[in-house]
Design a protein around this ligand. Structure first.
Ligand SMILES: [Zn+2]
Length: 196
């Protein structure tokens, strides 16, 4: 609630007046290219997960600075437009219900809102998550990925699935598998950051 009352502060350096200042935005490292995870046709990322990015992601997720997620989502949308064009639909890999309750928001959903705004794609809550969080699980469990099921059919469409950090790709793969089972023809991943 407090975040609604206070003016924005930069998620990188705390100066007031903006969710992300120009100096901090300029210091963010661009993403390297990586082959897409299984079940995705393509996967794009905006930033490399190094330098100031891990701290930025952490503060946006947990530190009450989620105001920065919408402009970052719009930047992800611009990247998508330049590389892939506008998709019909944009969805996200939902976080666990427990985390959503604790944080008061779903960071992937907020990023997807920015992507939708920038591209004109229709946002859709296409996925339901089963089971717990990826972080804190064993490597083997993480590689198996979380469980997702589709909430609706999206026959023949191109769908962009948004997540915050692309690490093993297991979350994106599991999300893409569920989307394909719902009739989606082309799945493009789009993440805020990728681990090199
Ligand atoms: Zn700053």
């Amino acid at each position: 609630m407090l975040g609604l009352l206070l003016p924005h502060r930069c998620a990188g350096c705390d100066i007031p007046g903006t969710p992300l200042c120009i100096d901090c935005a300029a210091a963010l490292p661009p993403a390297p290219e990586r082959p897409p995870p299984a079940h995705l046709d393509r996967c794009l990322a905006l930033l490399a997960y190094r330098g100031p990015v891990p701290d930025l992601v952490l503060r946006a997720k947990n530190g009450g600075r989620h105001g920065v997620l919408h402009p970052l989502g719009r930047a992800m949308g611009s990247l998508l437009l330049g590389s892939e064009g506008a998709p019909a639909w944009v969805t996200w890999a939902p976080t666990t219900a427990a985390r959503r309750r604790r944080r008061g928001h779903d960071q992937a959903r907020l990023l997807a809102g920015g992507v939708a705004r920038a591209t004109g794609a229709r946002p859709v809550a296409a996925l339901r998550r089963h089971g717990g969080a990826q972080a804190g699980r064993s490597r083997q469990d993480r590689l198996a990925g979380p469980g997702f099921s589709a909430r609706r059919r999206l026959e023949g469409a191109t769908v962009v699935v948004v997540d915050d950090v692309w690490t093993t790709g297991a979350t994106l793969s599991a999300a893409a598998r569920a989307l394909r089972s719902a009739g989606v023809a082309r799945v493009v991943g789009l993440t805020l950051a990728v681990r090199p």
